[in-house]
Design a protein around this ligand. Structure first.
Ligand SMILES: [Zn+2]
Length: 377
């Protein structure tokens, strides 16, 4: 049973509910990235406590290791990982184009060499559907071509045309009724190509739509212009997923333009690198000023890390190379993202999103590292 409903709007922002066979997801939603069927440095228990409702896993990584058939035989992603809630998988396209050594790209599909061991593989729309049906996520993605940025207009145009043809083949090859297959809109920063891509993919009538090819190096205002342009074109009653985005600021701006779902490696990757997102701006735990700082990372956060540990201790763990540093800081960053999305949803339901967005953007702009504040003894 899959369903989506927009339950409240505030200006263009939407709050709703995505129902899947493995549970309900409140939108707008952030999906922690579990690249290799694991969110790096944290456990299922940490994810549940931080309030994650849905995880993302990467088709490209899992087809190479441990292999999609093994995952299928062990109960799909849910059985294999022990995460009982919803999963979303990407199509593998983005990683093939960004990580693998491309051997040959044609209308048929992509021949590439694994970044792990150099082994040769082929990914086509049909194979991407087979893999994602084996992995068994609740929401899966059509196979698409993401043109790099910057790319000549002709290259983006070609990627749009191919993405449409591949979307039709993906749809024809997909047969699992307990999964929703989303179409992907490409088109770079060209508004007419975005519109063409959206109209062509919409004609195939998917239950939801992803917006790909943004946050790949284009200026931030370009992303906002593309999203504002797509907002009235995409059907209001279906979920919209902005792939691979972004910072808390990016997410606020995208919600303001009608986006419902997000994923990004920033909270987890930055957590491992000692970069913390807080309600008073970002802070780098390596900074010497935290050497004897007894405050939690974010005094306004109720996560496990902030309830139990000080900046001074986290800085020590990080500098000492302790594994728990990555775990504790990832827990905080994920909790910060998930809590931010929850608060965005609440503000939409209260009809106060515009005020919330202004206030949150002001707080996020604060220089977290230099924020004045007494060191408690
Ligand atoms: Zn925290």
């Amino acid at each position: 049973m899959l369903a989506f409903a927009v339950e409240a709007t505030s200006e263009r922002a939407r709050a709703g509910r995505l129902t899947t066979p493995h549970g309900v997801v409140d939108t707008p939603a952030f999906m922690p990235v579990g690249t290799a069927a694991a969110v790096k440095a944290v456990t299922r228990r940490d994810l549940e406590e931080a309030g994650a409702q849905i995880l993302l896993a990467n088709t490209y990584h899992l087809m190479l290791r441990p292999g999609d058939e093994l995952v299928r035989d062990l109960g799909g992603l849910h059985g294999f990982t022990g995460w009982p809630g919803p999963f979303l998988t990407d199509s593998g396209g983005y990683q093939v184009f960004s990580l693998a050594k491309l051997r040959h790209l044609s209308d048929e599909g992509v021949m590439f060499q694994s970044h792990l061991d150099g082994s040769k593989h082929v990914l086509t729309p049909e194979r991407a559907m087979e893999i994602q049906q084996n992995l068994g996520a609740d929401v899966v993605m059509a196979f698409d071509e993401c043109a790099p940025h910057p790319a000549p207009r002709e290259a983006v145009e070609q990627a749009v045309a191919r993405t449409t043809r591949w979307a039709a083949r993906s749809r024809a090859a997909h047969g699992r009724e307990d999964q929703w297959l989303f179409g992907i809109v490409q088109g770079g920063v060209h508004l007419d190509l975005r519109e063409r891509s959206a109209r062509e993919v919409l004609a195939l009538d998917f239950p939801g739509y992803a917006i790909g090819g943004l946050s790949v190096g284009e200026p931030k205002p370009d992303m906002q212009v593309v999203l504002a342009h797509l907002d009235p074109i995409l059907p209001a009653e279906k979920p919209r997923y902005l792939m691979g985005v972004g910072t808390p600021e990016d997410i606020l701006e995208a919600v303001a333009r009608g986006v419902d779902m997000f994923d990004c490696v920033l909270p987890t990757r930055n957590g491992r690198n000692g970069q913390l997102f807080t309600s008073a701006g970002r802070l780098s735990i390596r900074n010497a000023r935290f050497r004897d700082d007894a405050r939690p990372p974010d005094p306004d956060c109720a996560c496990y890390t902030c309830r139990h540990h000080s900046r001074a201790y986290l800085r020590h763990l990080h500098l000492a190379g302790e594994m728990s540093a990555a775990t504790l800081m990832t827990i905080h960053n994920l909790a910060f993202y998930l809590d931010t999305l929850r608060r965005i949803g609440q503000s939409i339901r209260l009809g106060r999103f515009a005020q919330f967005r202004t206030e949150m953007l002001r707080q996020l702009a604060a220089p977290g590292d230099e924020a004045p504040g007494p060191h408690t003894p």
